[in-house]
Design a protein around this ligand. Structure first.
Ligand SMILES: *Cc1c(COP(=O)(O)O)cnc(C)c1O
Length: 492
């Protein structure tokens, strides 16, 4: 493909994507394919000779589209949102076109500097304490990670390095292996699985902290576990708090947990992957009170800020905690401006070396929506979740299972887990809307997340109508069954 064809095909592709997104609500949100469907539809080996673009595009329709779960559909209510927007898609195209790998300042100064400034912009939208901003020329700043999982892992590994160094300073005879074997990390029993995974990768023990009636970790519970572990000779070193847990969007009480972590020399990382984006709205910002006690903090603009995957924003108070743990200095990465306070060589802040020009997506989206546009988007999602909650509460067959704070509603049919599993099976089989379940206090619960950028109230109402039509069929069977039971009882 030469530049002339690229011009033509590029315009066609933009049309293709615009058509796809404009008409997405008419597609079945969850695909009708069986595992292994794809292999038989394409050759078993890559072609030796080049093929035409037409042939490739034909196969996108034939092979790919039938097997896509349409995350951008207004009928998609699974997981958490992974929002996208036209400015973000265009910025990503530009990033692909520029095609740099911005690991150091010298590798692409614009990529490096825009990232620093965008993380300051976003940090200010979130009203983060100044310690987390780079512009104050302190020790803090932000970095774009690929995912929240990587942010948590970076935080845990940095905390591990820092603690080992600190213990060794006071007890030089002690071996690193011995210290690591005594380290204990903590997180909520409701935390995302990536947090536990970080402890597995980091080779440290992680204890799950029980939550209160609102699924929040409270200070006294953590305090007690830390005291027990210290008395048994262990070294508490890391606590990952969650703001907006994945099962039901619960919030740990960071304002009471933070002081304990600070007093005990425990690194506090805050995973606010989804809900953190909403803190750009003043009415939600109080949930972030206590962030001043944290060492690191993370949100996913790729979830709830209209920036397409992947873009996870992480801030640290002391960037040296990251860079000291991971600084490698091979000759080929040296450059003249190293060590200048203005230069951030981000390869020392992340696990991979290579990094895309992702700050462009933030820049385009922040400028074209403005803070007010992003706030309006978040508020609309929350209002739709509240509308759905209202519909559930009006129906005596259903119950709400957790407080609705943002765009997620946890609900279930009053009755057995089996009944609710059957309902979800029916919903998935019909393919009209897509939901995933969770377990709350050992009970099977349905999660309804407002996800799409183009979701409207009418979609929410139609989804509820669909759910209740399926559930009344299910309940009908049950009532018949119970009716029969009653009759048998009377005759006996
Ligand atoms: C979605 C989510 C994650 C995982 O996000 P990735 O960016 O895919 O790693 C982690 N924590 C919470 C609370 C989440 O909601």
């Amino acid at each position: 493909m030469d530049a002339a064809e690229f011009r033509r095909r590029g315009k066609e592709m933009v049309d293709f994507v615009a058509d796809y997104l404009e008409n997405i609500e008419h597609r079945q949100v969850y695909p009708d394919v069986e595992p292994g469907y794809l292999r038989s539809m394409i050759p078993s080996e890559a072609p030796l000779e080049p093929e035409s673009y037409e042939d490739v595009i034909k196969d996108v329709d034939r092979v790919i589209m039938p097997g896509v779960t349409h995350w951008q559909s207004p009928h998609f209510h699974a997981y958490f949102p992974s929002t996208t927007s036209f400015p973000s898609i265009l910025a990503d195209l530009l990033s692909s076109g520029i095609g740099t790998v911005g690991f150091t300042w010298a590798a692409n100064p614009a990529c490096n500097e825009l990232e620093t400034v965008m993380l300051d912009w976003l940090g200010k939208m979130l009203q983060l304490p100044e310690d987390f901003l780079a512009e104050t020329q302190g020790q803090g700043g932000g970095v774009i990670q690929g995912t929240a999982s990587e942010a948590t892992l970076m935080a845990l590994l940095s905390a591990r390095f820092k603690t080992v160094k600190c213990v060794k300073e006071s007890d030089p005879q002690r071996s690193e292996a011995d210290i690591i074997s005594k380290l204990i990390a903590y997180t909520s029993e409701e935390a995302h699985s990536s947090v536990e995974k970080a402890s597995v990768i980091g080779g440290v023990v992680m204890r799950m902290v029980p939550t209160d009636d609102n699924f929040s970790v409270r200070a006294e519970t953590l305090e007690k576990m830390v005291a027990e572990d210290k008395a048994a000779g262990f070294i508490p070193f890391f606590f990952c708090a969650t703001l907006g847990t994945t099962p039901c969007c619960a919030f740990d009480k960071i304002d009471e947990l933070g002081p304990i972590c600070n007093a005990e020399n425990i690194w506090m990382h805050i995973d606010a992957a989804y809900a953190g984006c909403a803190f750009i709205c003043p009415e939600f910002r109080p949930l972030l009170n206590g962030v001043e006690f944290a060492d690191s903090f993370n949100i996913n603009p790729h979830k709830f800020l209209l920036v397409n995957f992947d873009c996870s924003a992480m801030w640290v108070k002391k960037s040296a905690d990251l860079t000291r743990a991971f600084q490698m200095d091979p000759e080929y990465l040296k450059h003249d401006n190293q060590g200048s306070g203005l230069v951030k060589d981000y390869l020392h802040w992340v696990i991979p070396m290579g990094r895309r020009f992702r700050s462009l997506k933030l820049w385009f989206v922040f400028r074209m929506y403005g803070l007010s546009g992003l706030q309006a988007f978040i508020r609309k999602h929350v209002e739709m979740a509240q509308a759905f909650e209202g519909l559930v509460r009006e129906d005596k067959n259903f119950e709400i299972c957790a407080e609705v704070v943002m765009g997620l509603v946890c609900f279930r049919l009053k009755g057995s887990d089996e009944l609710n599993k059957d309902l979800l099976k029916q919903i998935t089989r019909m393919g009209k809307i897509y939901l995933v379940p969770c377990m709350l206090r050992g009970r099977f619960v349905l999660r309804f997340a407002v996800c799409g950028r183009t979701t409207e109230l009418r979609h929410i109402q139609a989804a509820w109508k669909h759910i209740t039509e399926l559930s009344s069929k299910l309940l009908q069977n049950i009532f018949d069954y119970e009716g029969k039971e009653r009759k048998t009882d009377q005759s006996g």
